[in-house]
Write a protein that binds this ligand. Structure first.
Ligand code: UDX
Length: 478
């Protein structure tokens, strides 16, 4: 424990923390620990990633992250390394932040987790706490434990990083270790802020030593710590994401009813959200949720429930509502333009949400796909995500073009569609946009603009569940 408690000394001979996997979870987490005063080894076997981090350039966009990277490469508290074995061998606490992508059947693909467990096993040169931070199905920690136990007895020692011997990892003589679960709740675009100001920290542990180590690491962050067993901690993460997804699909379903009866979903959300039992957040209706977590974690939880014979209808409905959002938006566009073939449509927003360049499972890209299918000419703009989107949809002059600003994308268009709720889009000079368009149709897929201001600016404006009374009802009550 002494080395852990001495973290503020920053002394290089103290045992560092190893963070395995330098992705959207691992990198912000590693830099967060460095800022809290720890020596951190950020390990990844993706050579390009590590090379780039060593040059001081963040590997993806995340507010405040570049500054932390620069600061802690200079302070020496963050050391990127491609030598995963050596990082594990040198550390007592090892955070596992590798990817858990989705398999075709919806289950989580845990092959990277299993590989890491074996790597840990062959570098078990003394007590280690292995902390699972990646989102994984309940019971994964148990499997990690069994894998380390099995391979620590059979795998040959790898290397003796920092001059340590790993010779103890021989048949029958494996050192003690603990596995803990400490799910991340980082939101992309707010990951650094979330790290330093968590609402809670969840730790699933099986020993006092594991609990004390984790409590010591997080001690500077003042928030409730929920201590549970391993499976409960794992399930907390999946349940949190599933519940948030449920809120979004719920309000999206209500938004369709709003469109049908002429009600306003924003006011419904406010009206229900002021009840603290419901809460205001995650009730923004629109074209639905995307990203690396919600769609994948929902599928994994459905798989887990069904694997254990637990009916998962509620989760399946959440997924179905979400998948239908793009069709709801396309219906509005067809209603406005009738035929989409040959129409120029500007799509504003490609990232799955603002403040990130991440396009994984982005609803915006699904909109682009549908537009192309219907023969529209798409004009794309996003403040951060164009390079990523170009990998999926390469430029095809006159059919699919990328622009440097929202104004350029909208010029000459028959419709503008807002697909990501970037702040920049709220602040556009919409009158100027309207004047530059061929036909002033505006579909606000994220409900970020004021309907009456947009109508005053001369737009035929449609949003998601805020359309006012439909023409047929309005006419019948005149
Ligand atoms: C999510 C969880 O919030 C986070 O706690 C977890 O650790 C990882 O997964 P993230 O994927 O970064 O984080 O994005 P989030 O901010 O939750 O948004 C997810 C998606 O839901 C986005 O596409 C967003 O546009 C959409 N969304 C969010 C809505 O459509 N409506 C809302 O009210 C909120």
């Amino acid at each position: 424990m002494a080395a852990v408690r001495d973290r503020k000394s920053g002394s290089p001979d103290k045992e560092p923390i190893a963070v395995l996997g330098m992705g959207h979870v691992g990198l912000p987490t590693a830099l967060g620990f460095a800022e809290l005063g720890w020596q951190v080894l950020g390990a990844d076997d993706a050579v390009d990633k590590i090379d780039q981090l060593k040059t001081g350039k963040a590997t993806f966009y995340e507010p405040e992250m570049q500054d932390l990277l620069t600061k802690h490469l200079a302070s020496g508290r963050f050391q990127p390394t491609k030598d995963v074995d050596a990082a594990i061998a040198a550390a007592r606490v090892v955070f596992v932040c590798v990817g858990t992508p989705q398999r075709e059947d919806g289950a989580a693909d845990l092959s990277q987790i299993e590989a890491v467990a074996r790597t840990i096993a062959r570098n078990l040169n003394g007590y280690k706490l292995v902390v699972e931070k990646s989102t994984v199905p309940a019971s994964t920690a148990e499997r990690i434990k069994r894998t380390i136990e099995r391979y620590a007895r059979t795998e040959p020692s790898a290397n003796g990083a920092n001059g340590r011997s790993t010779r103890s990892a021989v048949k029958g003589a494996a050192p003690r270790f603990d596995v803990a679960s400490n799910p991340e709740f980082l939101q992309e675009g707010k990951a650094i802020q979330n790290f330093f100001h968590p609402e809670r920290i969840v730790i699933g542990v099986e020993s006092d030593q594991a609990r004390e180590l984790l409590e010591a690491i997080y001690q500077p962050l003042k928030c409730p710590i929920v201590v549970t067993d391993l499976a409960t901690s794992e399930l907390i993460k999946h349940s949190a994401n599933a519940f948030l997804s449920t809120k979004i699909s719920f309000i999206n379903m209500i938004s369709d009813i709003c469109d049908a009866v002429g009600a306003d979903v924003s006011s419904v959300a406010r009206g229900i959200g002021l009840d603290p039992r419901i809460g205001q957040q995650f009730l923004s209706a629109g074209i639905g949720f995307g990203g690396y977590c919600f769609p994948k974690d929902l599928k994994a939880l459905i798989y887990l429930a069904e694997e254990h014979g637990v009916p998962s209808g509620i989760l399946r409905a959440v997924e179905e509502v979400n998948l239908r959002r793009i069709e709801v938006l396309m219906e509005k566009l067809r209603h406005a333009l009738w035929v989409l073939q040959g129409k120029k449509v500007a799509v504003l927003g490609l990232a799955f949400k603002p403040l990130t360049d991440d396009i994984r499972e982005s609803p915006a890209l699904r909109v682009v796909g549908e537009l192309l299918k219907e023969g529209a000419v798409v004009r794309l703009y996003d403040p951060e995500a164009i390079p990523a989107a170009q990998q999926v949809y390469p430029e095809a002059a006159g059919r699919l073009d990328y622009f440097r600003s929202a104004y350029e994308a909208a010029r000459g268009a028959h419709a503008v569609v807002i697909t990501t709720e970037w702040e920049e889009f709220r602040r556009l000079n919409w009158k100027k946009v309207q004047e530059s368009m061929e036909v002033p149709v505006l579909i606000d897929g994220r409900n970020i603009l004021d309907p009456s201001a947009m109508r005053d600016a001369g737009f035929e404006y449609f949003s998601m569940g805020r359309g006012g009374r439909p023409a047929v009802l309005a006419a019948s009550t005149k």
